[in-house]
Design a protein around this ligand. Structure first.
Ligand SMILES: *[C@@H]1O[C@H](CO)[C@@H](O)[C@H](O)[C@H]1NC(C)=O
Length: 332
């Protein structure tokens, strides 16, 4: 009789602790390699959902454990022969708004990267339901959309842009009432003005919202520097909690990178997203990295998942990128 090693270990642990919670109790990184760029994971209804792209489509995979995502079969939920959005499909993210799941993503043409724009798919009551194309969100160059929620101000889309500025920056725009359009003016909330965000070429991109329950603080975590450098890293913008979030003055930038590579063989650790653990007590950081010490912007980047820590003042502590050998407990 053949027993998978994982099952044997689980049976042993189960007997030892008299507590059999889930079939896998630990995982190692990477979670997806290759094809692990710009990763996003959502947890909903007992499943982890990982969004990914072949750069010609949007794919979603699901599993009941993080370890299970490694072998889950991706399902294609978007591809198009439409020339303006067939190709260079990047950074898909699922977001739940008023009972429905949406996927916001970047797409453009086949020839170059000048036509990159934001688009949205509308889904159903679970992230696994079918999606239909719901429209183009922007008419100027824009990538890496994410939803950011504010109690008093409503929902915004944060993305990377060149809106009247020289370098790739972060923009905010109000999400339309239908959640498949944007409304109002485009505001630039962060530009790569600091020396530590200008390696290769000055870049701010890959925004991700981070809400800290204990302090009530809202952050936008973003990626700084050019991806073909080992310096591609995460930095934060902290909202002041009162000023219009579409105003640059509402956001305070970290004094440097808050999470960077050059550790455990990982470089260019960036373009992340966050998810809450099943019991809501943990926040997890999902990011990509490369083993290329010169950095990478291509499909060789892999997906990493590790728990987010906290500093004594309640601010996020990202720690350092964990080794592939590190055995992490599954989210609680
Ligand atoms: C869009 O999302 C907002 C916030 O969740 C919600 O109030 C609104 O009803 C949604 N619109 C539609 C058409 O579902």
């Amino acid at each position: 009789m053949f027993f998978a090693p994982g099952r044997l270990i689980t049976a042993f642990l189960g007997a030892a602790s008299c507590l059999l919670i889930s079939p896998a109790t630990a995982f190692t990184n990477p979670i997806r390699r290759p094809g692990g760029s710009d990763p996003q994971i959502s947890y909903s209804g007992g499943y982890y959902y990982l969004l990914s792209t072949s750069w010609k489509n949007v794919q979603i995979s699901r599993a009941t454990t993080i370890d299970g995502l490694k072998t889950a079969t991706p399902k294609v939920v978007y591809s198009s022969t439409e020339a303006s959005r067939c190709c260079n499909v990047w950074a898909p993210e699922t977001h739940y708004l008023n009972g429905k799941w949406y996927i916001y993503f970047t797409a453009g043409n086949e020839k170059n990267l000048d036509g990159q724009n934001l688009h949205v798919l509308k889904g159903g009551a679970t992230p696994w339901d079918d999606y239909t194309y719901a429209g183009k969100l922007t008419n100027e160059w824009s990538i890496d959309a994410t939803v950011v929620r504010f109690n008093k101000w409503g929902n915004y889309l944060a993305y990377s842009c060149f809106h009247g500025v020289q370098y790739q920056s972060l923009c905010m725009q109000k999400l339309g009432d239908d959640n498949v359009s944007l409304k109002g003016s485009i505001s630039v909330i962060s530009q790569p003005t600091e020396s530590w965000e200008r390696s290769g070429t000055p870049v701010n991109e890959g925004p991700a919202a981070l809400y800290i329950q204990e302090t009530g603080k809202t952050y936008i975590v973003y990626s700084a520097n050019y991806c073909w450098t080992p310096d591609y890293c995460l930095a934060t913008l902290e909202w002041d909690g009162k000023t219009d979030p579409a105003s640059a003055a509402a956001w305070k930038k970290s004094s440097g990178c808050v999470f960077k590579g050059g550790v455990n063989g990982h470089y260019g650790t960036g373009h992340n997203s966050f998810f809450r653990s099943p019991d809501g007590s943990q926040t997890w950081n999902v990011y990509h990295a490369t083993s290329n010490s010169k950095g990478a912007c291509d499909d060789s980047r892999y997906t990493m998942v590790q728990v987010l820590g906290s500093n004594s003042d309640g601010s996020p502590n990202f720690g350092t990128p964990v080794a592939f050998s590190y055995n992490s407990a599954e989210p609680r």
